[in-house]
Design a protein around this ligand. Structure first.
Ligand SMILES: [Zn+2]
Ligand SMILES: [Zn+2]
Length: 322
């Protein structure tokens, strides 16, 4: 089968590979769509904590089983026994194995998928839209961790695809999404989607009365954390959705703001199967809006071409169609 393998950092190659062997708890899924994530681009550029090489990347997968059933894939495989798994936070399982990270993923014609990771999709949901269930469910996880409630004002740093999907999830939760974006290009690229979904844009000028219930960073700069804390109302919550890339220390005066203004800080990483089911429901409800986030459908061999665009913030979503 055709597969796209990350052989070493910076080297992503189209290779012929054997159709994966499946063990007793897995099925062979014919991949129909796999959308390209910024994390794929980051792994190609500089690796990632959970990445084991060589690897077939791709974790935003939609496919069809040998019996003709359509599924999206929860990319994790958790132990099911530990404390995190038992309390419904399977994404935090210490035994976690993630497709496209620890195990081969969806940039190939076939993938071996644990049966427990298959989430059925309705006939009415097109595969390209369904492949966005994983990133959307990560956004849903961020909202759940931050405790977003109806009518909350939620500020999202970053109007890239994940920021915009997070804003859509905020809207669907009957709360008010705002985005802050410094790149004029990204503001232009996201304009139609923002208008359609009702996402307000915040500029530094009109944001001197900071009163957000929740701030979520969908951008890795240290500033999103420093400014984001200042954007919160007393008692508000910051969700660290994107890891920070800058090593420089956080000033104690900023840390003390957490104390004086009783701020909440939470993280969000990955998603659970339940959150993926919620994401599928949302994708059906907002099918036409979500479509606006798709730049193009591409072939496997085009992935290395689009990765620099994704890293440069010059793209929304590219979807590999197999
Ligand atoms: Zn992703
Ligand atoms: Zn576990």
């Amino acid at each position: 089968m055709n597969s796209l393998q990350l052989e070493k950092i910076g080297s992503l190659k189209l290779r012929q590979a054997h159709i994966p062997e499946i063990n007793s708890n897995e099925i062979l899924l014919k991949v129909t769509h796999c959308s390209v994530c910024r994390t794929d681009a980051k792994m190609w550029e500089r690796g990632q904590r959970d990445l084991v090489l060589p690897r077939i990347l791709g974790h935003e997968i939609c496919g069809i089983s040998e019996s003709g059933k359509r599924f999206v894939v929860w990319p994790g495989k958790a132990c099911g026994q530990c404390r995190q798994c038992r309390r419904g936070a399977e994404n935090l399982c210490r035994e976690m194995q993630i497709m496209g990270f620890h195990k081969d993923g969806g940039f190939a014609e076939y993938a071996a998928v644990p049966e427990s990771s298959l989430i059925p999709i309705s006939d009415k949901l097109p595969g390209n839209i369904a492949s966005l269930a994983e990133p959307l469910s990560c956004a849903i996880n961020a909202l759940e961790q931050a405790g977003v409630e109806k009518k909350d004002c939620v500020l999202i740093y970053g109007a890239g695809p994940v920021g915009l999907m997070t804003a859509l999830a905020v809207r669907a939760a009957e709360a008010y999404p705002f985005v802050k974006e410094i790149s004029p290009d990204k503001l232009v690229r996201s304009e139609v989607f923002r208008r359609q979904v009702g996402i307000k844009c915040v500029t530094d000028v009109d944001n001197n009365t900071s009163d957000f219930d929740v701030v979520i960073n969908a951008a890795p700069s240290r500033d999103t954390f420093l400014k984001g804390l200042a954007d919160l109302r007393p008692g508000g919550c910051f969700c660290l959705f994107s890891g920070l890339t800058d090593d420089s220390p956080i000033p104690v005066s900023v840390i003390n703001e957490i104390h004086y203004r009783q701020l909440g800080i939470t993280g969000a990483y990955g998603c659970t199967r339940e959150q993926m089911r919620s994401a599928l429901k949302l994708l059906s409800d907002y099918k036409e809006d979500i479509r606006l986030l798709i730049d193009d459908h591409i072939e496997l061999e085009d992935v290395p071409v689009v990765l620099p665009k994704i890293l440069g913030g010059q793209a929304l979503k590219f979807i590999v169609k197999l």
